[in-house]
Ligand binder design. Structure first.
Ligand SMILES: Cc1ncc(COP(=O)(O)O)c(C=O)c1O
Length: 449
């Protein structure tokens, strides 16, 4: 009865909060862990009390901040943010603050770009596997459709020309007009950066099809080992495309949720060379502004070059170490990961642990790992992966000790199941109940410490 009084949007299921990705996070929230580099931010705050205390050179600016609501953003913050974005790209690219639109996180930036670039019923092509939140961010309120660009393990989930063409054809078969391609570079969930070959392929593709390209570069500061991260802007500049139409059709999404680990502050941005997109997105940003207080605090923090330089370096060093711990720990358990160099995740191959090569078997394995082993990992199916048996494991939201506990848990779990014989598609289990019981007392011990 009540449902019939609500809008279709409010009643429909396409937000995705009941998906395995979000259910995993609910489990995680019950037992969260430390962030990777909070200590660096906290020590900066301690040394710069004015920034969070509504003060500038000792004088209160409370009233100015309380009244500020210009949707063009605080100029000092936009300057500091574009400089930070350049620094992350080794200062090979310069960004103009006039082309930057502030948004409440990358979530809002991505949706706003959909409202600017597409009509309801138009399509964007996305390489799979992709960040599960895109179903909500790109489709839910805008009516835009996502058509997958199917990437597979055969070439390490790289984008190919034929996969792009196939997705384009598929959209046409579905009677959808393709307005663009959206990529995440570095990738969530793969943990890889796009190669120069893939970046050039994308530029050629959007040039030929006369469509847009959105590059979600929310993980750009996390590339912790070679090959290094290359921004799409760098490729356009190298190809001297600054005066072409393509230059105006490439839009970058950024946020401080990952590189600074501040998802609660809701700071994101759109960077576009198309003045009309910048103007429209700025007007739309009224629906998701960044608080003036946050802008003020972060303009002070990001203008401190000594701090940003040290933070970027130290954060990447910690990520590299944590990544190595996870990869080598899993290897000892007989589990391998896709070779990766960035972001906060590993794309883990557990195909050999499935009871059959199906997504049902993937869900069965996922449920055991989340609910019994107590680790929040995301099944590939929640990222629209085309092949069952891949899982995303985040290594940045826990301490080293916790990562060790997690690796022990996984080892015990894997040892408790015998590897399936794929000829018979059969897997047997060594008393899992006993193992879970043993493990929970161990975990309790670890948690009590
Ligand atoms: C690829 C990607 N884009 C966007 C987002 C959303 O980030 P924000 O917290 O800035 O809205 C995420 C968060 O996980 C992400 O992984």
């Amino acid at each position: 009865m009540k449902m019939s009084m609500l809008s279709t949007k409010a009643a429909c299921n396409s937000h995705g909060q009941d998906s395995s990705y979000f259910l995993g996070w609910q489990e995680y929230e019950k037992n969260p862990y430390d962030e990777l580099s909070f200590d660096l931010l906290e020590s900066w705050l301690e040394n710069n009390p004015d920034a969070a205390g509504f003060k500038q050179d000792g004088d209160s600016i409370f009233r100015d901040l309380a009244l500020f609501q210009d949707y063009h953003g605080l100029p000092a913050f936009k300057n500091a943010l574009v400089d930070f974005m350049s620094e992350i790209r080794g200062n090979k690219v310069k960004f103009n603050p006039d082309n930057l639109v502030l948004t409440a996180g990358a979530t809002s930036a991505n949706e706003t770009l959909m409202f600017c670039l597409a009509e309801p019923g138009d399509a964007f092509l996305l390489p799979t596997p992709y960040y599960p939140g895109f179903d909500r961010d790109l489709k839910w309120r805008t009516g835009v459709e996502i058509v997958p660009i199917q990437c597979t393990s055969s070439n390490g989930f790289r984008i190919t020309e034929s996969a792009l063409e196939q997705a384009y054809k598929q959209a046409h078969k579905l009677n959808l007009r393709v307005k663009g391609v959206l990529v995440t570079n570095p990738s969530n969930p793969l943990g890889t950066t796009l190669s120069l070959y893939e970046l050039n392929l994308l530029v050629n593709f959007i040039e030929a099809k006369e469509i847009h390209l959105i590059s979600d570069e929310i993980y750009s500061g996390t590339a912790f080992r070679s090959p290094s991260f290359v921004s799409i802007t760098e490729v356009l500049m190298d190809r001297k495309l600054m005066d072409s139409d393509v230059w105006d059709r490439v839009h970058i999404v950024y946020s401080l949720s990952k590189d600074l680990g501040l998802p609660g502050f809701r700071v994101g941005a759109i960077y576009s060379n198309d003045d009309m997109v910048v103007a429209a997105a700025t007007k739309m940003s009224s629906f998701g502004l960044v608080s003036s207080q946050t802008q003020y605090l972060l303009s002070a923090m990001l203008s401190d070059k000594e701090f940003t330089e040290n933070y970027i370096y130290e954060n990447q060093t910690r990520l590299r170490k944590r990544h190595e711990m996870l990869v080598s720990g899993l290897k000892k358990t007989g589990i391998s990961c896709l070779d990766s160099n960035a972001s906060l995740f590993c794309w883990v191959d557990m195909r050999h642990l499935l009871s059959s090569k199906t997504f049902d078997a993937e869900m069965e394995l996922w449920k055991q790992i989340v609910y019994k082993v107590g680790l929040n990992i995301s099944p590939g199916s929640s990222c629209h992966c085309a092949e069952p048996g891949w899982f995303r494991v985040c290594f940045a939201n826990m301490s080293e000790e916790t990562l060790e506990v997690a690796l022990t848990r996984i080892k015990t779990f894997v040892d408790s199941i015998t590897i399936p014989d794929f000829h018979h598609h059969h897997r047997s289990r060594k008393s899992l109940t006993k193992w879970v019981f043993r493990l929970s007392s161990k975990v309790r011990e670890a948690n009590d410490r």
